[in-house]
Design a protein around this ligand. Structure first.
Ligand code: MG
Length: 461
């Protein structure tokens, strides 16, 4: 559903504050989520640093309290910290008030269930159907409404748990110099402190939790030129950039080269399988094939899931995966929790540098480098995503394909993935190949296939 800047999908509700994301919708989602959970459930609520954060949080909290939920407020913190607090409090659910990597004027609610996992498709649909049907709202009696409880230790517990899983001494011995760009998001409250405990010298950029983002918070190469410069000028061993709710991490190599967000999961998997634990790896079907090659070297299997954090987590649980993630910079370690965690991601990278005794630029030498090109196209009027994808599948039926999510077609030295977005009325086209030119060609091939498929699908009506 996309109603004038307000987007409601199975992954939550998001919109531009004052232009779609209005207070009434937020409060109603609080009521709907309280109704969705069993009566008297505990719900952990946290938020990122956005200027609208407090307003949106208290509206959602008010809605939750009206249904008789017990609300534990963990304050400003990363989304993965909220996920870990759900486990700590044995809560039935959680809400992260964050628009993640979206610009500062956006805000959103991310809903989580038991064990801190995001709601899956079925759960998300159930929540939306409650939201849309006010007659189903279940309000508590006046004497069943509870006060808000505050938990100020969530970030501290998160840091301690991450460090308990790491070889802290090995990292400390190297006294790494680390440049960090938190984009004035929630990372400002956890990353510099984590790094100090790992014995690092921190070069902080945008580490004030003000919610005024000096650049687009999506941690992709085009947004982090300031960090690249800082790494080069300060002679840092590595640079880390985080999105506003700290579930995505991008790495800048010594010297200042941005490695691209696909490299984060690739390096994390390489390190984890070589030194921590061997076992299956799960990544979404759009993730770089470098992960497959790295896992193969360690004799481990890579399972591909649908795109989306919860889909990766569900596949990980099913397959008993030891590590997983997404090519957007999300690293998931089940020993910590089932969710993308950039605090863990950054720690793994430092541990990798320490234990291999090599700089980042040396570590990436053994990793195959591919180029990825991503685009999206709108839908043709009157053709649904399902009809379109079914036609695209037919067009590529002679080739080797993976139909996990949309259609992924394998070519010599590359692949093309066409999939309907779960949150927007668009179809995404992603291609990866050894060179940019070939990846571009594959995307163009994908666009042509979509055009043909749209014509075929509309003719069938
Ligand atoms: Mg995020």
């Amino acid at each position: 559903m996309n109603m004038g800047g307000l987007m409601i999908s199975v992954s939550g509700v998001r919109g531009v504050v004052g232009e779609g994301l209005d207070p009434i919708t937020v409060a109603r989602f609080g009521v709907a989520f309280g109704t969705y959970l069993a009566k008297g459930s505990t719900v952990v609520v946290g938020r990122d640093t956005r200027t609208s954060g407090e307003m949106v949080k208290f509206l959602a909290v008010g809605g939750l309290l009206s249904t008789g939920c017990r609300v534990v407020d963990v304050g400003i913190c990363p989304t993965p910290t909220v996920q870990m607090a759900i486990i700590h409090h044995e809560a039935e659910g959680g809400v992260a008030v964050t628009a993640s990597h979206n610009p500062a004027e956006w805000n959103a609610l991310k809903f989580m269930g038991r064990e801190g996992m995001l709601l899956d498709r079925e759960e998300g649909e159930r929540l939306i159907s409650i939201f849309e049907n006010p007659d189903s709202y279940r309000y508590a009696r006046w004497d069943e409404i509870k006060p808000i409880e505050r938990d100020e230790k969530a970030i501290e517990r998160h840091i301690e748990k991450v460090l308990s899983l790491a070889d802290v001494e090995a990292v400390r011995r190297h006294k790494f110099k680390v440049a960090v760009d938190c984009c004035n998001g929630a990372g400002a409250l956890i990353i510099p402190e984590l790094l100090r405990r790992l014995g690092c010298e921190v070069v902080p950029l945008n580490c004030e939790p003000t919610g005024f983002f000096p650049h687009d918070p999506e941690p992709v190469a085009m947004n982090i030129s300031e960090l690249c410069r800082a790494v080069a000028e300060s002679g840092a061993d590595v640079g880390f950039a985080f999105d506003a709710d700290v579930d995505r991490l991008t790495i800048v190599a010594d010297g200042g080269e941005p490695l691209g967000e696909e490299m984060t999961i690739t390096l994390a998997v390489d390190h984890f399988l070589s030194l921590r634990k061997k076992g299956p790896v799960v990544v979404n079907v759009s993730t770089t094939m470098a992960v497959d090659e790295v896992a193969k070297r360690h004799g481990c299997e890579v399972v591909k899931s649908l795109v989306g954090e919860v889909n990766v987590c569900e596949a990980m649980r099913e397959r008993g995966a030891v590590i997983g993630g997404e090519g957007n910079g999300g690293v998931i370690v089940p020993d910590l929790h089932y969710g993308r965690d950039a605090v863990m991601g950054a720690t793994l990278i430092l541990e990798h540098m320490a234990e291999a005794g090599k700089p980042i630029s040396g570590l990436v030498e053994s990793i195959p480098r591919y180029c990825m090109v991503k685009e999206k196209v709108g839908l043709l009027e009157g053709v649904t995503k399902e009809e379109l994808i079914s036609q695209v599948r037919k067009l590529f039926s002679g080739l080797e394909t993976d139909l996990t999510d949309g259609v992924k077609v394998f070519f010599e030295g590359g692949w093309l993935h066409i999939r309907p977005s779960g949150t927007e009325p668009v179809v995404r086209i992603i291609a990866e190949a050894e060179g940019k030119k070939r990846a571009r060609e594959l995307v163009e091939e994908g666009k042509k296939a979509i055009e043909t498929a749209a014509i075929l699908a509309s003719r069938r009506k």
